[in-house]
Design a protein around this ligand. Structure first.
Ligand code: DAH
Length: 360
């Protein structure tokens, strides 16, 4: 067998043995690439005598064509085989249910939704947001808010206390968002117009109480802030939040150490079966506490009560969320049950705004 025949049979055998396109490409480079066996033979032609070149040249070119044809044929076979394999492995079961995209499955928790709604409403009235820590000092949570040491009003809040420190002071988990009023007044020069949404804690647990819950506090301090403005702010808030054209509100005298006078506010509603409708009916439902900031509190926070006055209110966020969205039990709010969340949660891209609709 001549060298050329040997090379031909070896190359054709290698082509036939290539099991995929990468292996075939390696054979092609080995034979026809710049440094390939057949290319090397073609390079020897220049040194041959004209006669020799005629016969050898023709033979080498025939070999080259044979190999090129074999490569193409094998490539076609391998391509088809690769496609068949893919088609077999990538079968789609068209009877399976459609899977929704991640953005469709995630849900915004009703508390987050209601906080966004509150923020949209009060921001529209010119309020900004203030925040404070969950772990608070006894002083800011109680004393500065005009709860004297040992006063029974402290006992109304079932407080989670930390161990007292050596100097006798003790930290606690804030029992309301009112300490954020104190922090704001101590740090910001009036006029002040803030809302303070956040987590609060009390040692209590039943269908409508959980040890951790949420409140939103409102605070306005100005030279002429008065109860008429407070009533207007709360009424506008209730109409916007409950998405009704009118609400009737009832202000009842009450007591909080940090306001004087103090009031509790009920809104008019109708209860039908398990449902509550606002803006109609002749039932009343308590939704918040409010009042004029007590002069002692202003003084405790470095504000002169002879120059400034203000009003404040505090409201349970969980409670108004339950009322608005018809959720009978508070506990599932914090159980992280995906079935509950996909039922009561909100679509992530439907951000509440006054222009676009709060809850639509
Ligand atoms: N801090 C009160 C509570 O948790 C709620 C409250 C009542 C806040 C009256 C206020 C207010 O700012 O003026 O029970």
């Amino acid at each position: 067998m001549s060298d050329l025949q040997k090379l031909e049979s070896e190359t054709l055998a290698a082509i036939a043995a290539s099991s995929d396109e990468a292996a075939l490409e390696a054979v092609r480079i080995g034979a026809l690439g710049k440094k390939g066996t057949i290319s090397a033979l073609l390079a020897t032609l220049g040194k041959m005598s004209p006669d020799e070149r005629k016969t050898q040249g023709a033979a080498i070119n025939v070999l080259k064509d044979t190999v090129a044809t074999a490569l193409n044929a094998r490539r076609g076979v391998l391509k088809e085989a690769a496609l068949d394999a893919r088609l077999a492995s990538e079968t789609v079961d068209v009877t399976l249910p459609v899977r929704s995209a991640a953005i469709e499955t995630g849900r915004v928790h009703p508390i987050s939704q209601v906080m966004d709604e509150l923020t949209a409403i009060f921001a529209d009235m010119g309020f900004s947001i203030a925040e404070g820590p969950d772990v608070e000092s006894d002083d800011i949570n109680f004393t500065k808010l005009n709860f004297p040491e040992g006063h029974p009003a402290r006992e109304m809040h079932d407080t989670f206390f930390f161990q007292p420190k050596e100097d006798g002071t003790r930290k606690l988990l804030r029992t309301h968002t009112s300490p954020v009023q104190v922090r704001t007044m101590m740090n910001v020069k009036p006029p002040i117009r803030v809302i303070c949404p956040g987590r609060t804690y009390r040692c209590d647990s039943d269908q409508t109480h959980t040890p951790m819950f949420h409140q939103v506090e409102g605070l306005v301090i100005d030279k002429t802030a008065h109860l008429g403005q407070l009533k207007w702010v709360l009424e506008e808030f209730c109409k916007a939040f409950f998405e009704v054209p009118n609400v009737k509100m009832r202000f009842r005298p009450s007591f909080f150490p940090f306001t004087e006078p103090s009031m509790e506010v009920d809104i008019q509603c109708r209860r039908q079966g398990g449902e509550i409708r606002f803006g109609e009916g002749d039932d009343w439902l308590e939704i918040l506490g409010c009042g004029m900031v007590h002069p002692n509190v202003l003084r405790n926070c470095g504000i002169d009560p002879d120059e400034y006055q203000g009003f404040a209110w505090g409201m349970g966020i969980d409670r108004i969320a339950m009322l608005k969205y018809g959720m009978p039990d508070l506990r599932p709010f914090f159980e992280a049950d995906l079935r509950w969340l996909s039922h009561y949660g909100f679509r992530p891209l439907d951000l509440p705004s006054l222009a676009g609709g709060l809850s639509s």
